[in-house]
Design a protein around this ligand. Structure first.
Ligand SMILES: *[C@@H]1O[C@H](CO)[C@@H](O)[C@H](O)[C@H]1NC(C)=O
Ligand SMILES: *[C@@H]1O[C@H](CO)[C@@H](O)[C@H](O)[C@H]1NC(C)=O
Ligand SMILES: *[C@@H]1O[C@H](CO)[C@@H](O)[C@H](O)[C@H]1NC(C)=O
Ligand SMILES: CC(=O)N[C@H]1CO[C@H](CO)[C@@H](O)[C@@H]1O
Length: 294
């Protein structure tokens, strides 16, 4: 009798296991990939990754474990080229699409991936990413380059040697546009500010994105101008112009306008959130992350 009840118990457990697997498979939540920011690593997204598994049971997540800490200062194209190997595998495992949540510099890594690859990203969420570049005196800049300030660091950043730093690759000095055009190997290419043979392919690939969620705020303290998180940038008078007034938006140089006209872009502005808190702020998560990861 004991044997039979054991068997019955095993059978009912197996049923339960099968049921759970079916539910997991049928959950339909897409795989979520998290990309960390500068001088940091995958653990930056521990909190959101844990929470999304609770809120959306069955969600599979990957926190990209590459270019961690000091390695995050390597040139952006090096990062994109290596991370695309991990990324391509995840996309192949998830033919129905994935979601991408990126923080700070990580957002520009993600922009590179989405331009370079025939990707299947459904939703890209950028948490305070310098998407239109960076031009500001910050603690990071002071720590890394103590002999420079924002007004003169172009002299180093806009050189072949300077471009060996990730930050230099997306440095956007509104007062030194000739040098920017001449030297920027990353942002100027992605924006098609510098003519390059791949611009059409980059645009087609980027436009595959179904939804883009842009998150930032005036108390960020690092991303400068903070509106760069919404694709805004300074003009030559250091007045911030929204994306709609940027040349690359008007000419739809990389697909941003295509997305906007498709009503695929949602922006969020939060006050009181400092840069290092975006990836763990539960209010931000509840309103701007969780609802989009379906
Ligand atoms: C989660 O994703 C990884 C990477 O694509 C894959 O190797 C793993 O099998 C997935 N796990 C589940 C439960 O789907
Ligand atoms: C920057 O934009 C402001 C507001 O539109 C304008 O007044 C100013 O002339 C612009 N500066 C340059 C250099 O274009
Ligand atoms: C990129 O810029 C060049 C001019 O420099 C232009 O011919 C080309 O059409 C642009 N590409 C896109 C996708 O707008
Ligand atoms: C529309 C599209 O997917 N265009 C290109 C994206 O990038 C790949 C290279 O990974 C090209 O082969 C595609 O043609």
């Amino acid at each position: 009798m004991k044997g039979l009840s054991d068997i019955m118990q095993t059978v009912s457990m197996m049923k339960w296991v099968v049921l759970v697997s079916v539910l997991t498979m049928a959950s339909g939540y897409k795989h979520v990939v998290f990309m960390h920011g500068i001088l940091a690593g995958p653990s930056e997204f521990d909190k959101f990754a844990q929470q999304i598994k609770i809120d959306h049971p069955g969600t599979n997540t990957t926190q990209i474990n590459a270019f961690v800490d000091a390695y995050s200062l390597e040139p952006m194209w090096n990062q994109v080229e290596k991370i695309q190997i991990i990324f391509t595998q995840i996309m192949a495992d998830n033919p129905d699409g994935i979601h991408l949540v990126c923080f700070s510099q990580g957002g520009l890594v993600c922009r590179g991936l989405m331009s370079l690859l025939q990707h299947n990203v459904d939703t890209f969420i950028g948490l305070s990413c310098p998407l239109a570049g960076q031009y500001g005196d910050t603690a990071y800049l002071k720590y890394l380059f103590p002999n420079y300030v924002k007004s003169n660091i172009y002299r180093y950043f806009y050189t072949d040697n300077g471009q060996k730093w990730s930050v230099a690759n997306y440095w956007y000095d509104p007062h030194h546009q000739d040098e920017y055009h001449k030297f920027s190997t990353y942002l100027a290419i992605l924006n098609n500010d510098t003519h390059n043979g791949q611009s059409q392919t980059f645009k087609e690939n980027f436009s595959r994105l179904k939804k883009m969620v842009l998150v930032g705020g005036p108390d960020d303290g690092v991303i400068t101008p903070w509106q760069s998180s919404h694709f805004g940038m300074y003009n030559g008078s250091e007045v911030v112009l929204p994306m709609q007034e940027q040349r690359w938006y008007k000419e739809d140089s990389f697909g941003l306008r295509t997305l906007y006209e498709r009503k695929a872009i949602t922006t969020f502005t939060y006050s009181g959130v400092q840069h290092i808190h975006w990836h763990s702020d539960m209010d931000v998560y509840k309103k701007s992350v969780e609802p989009f990861l379906t």
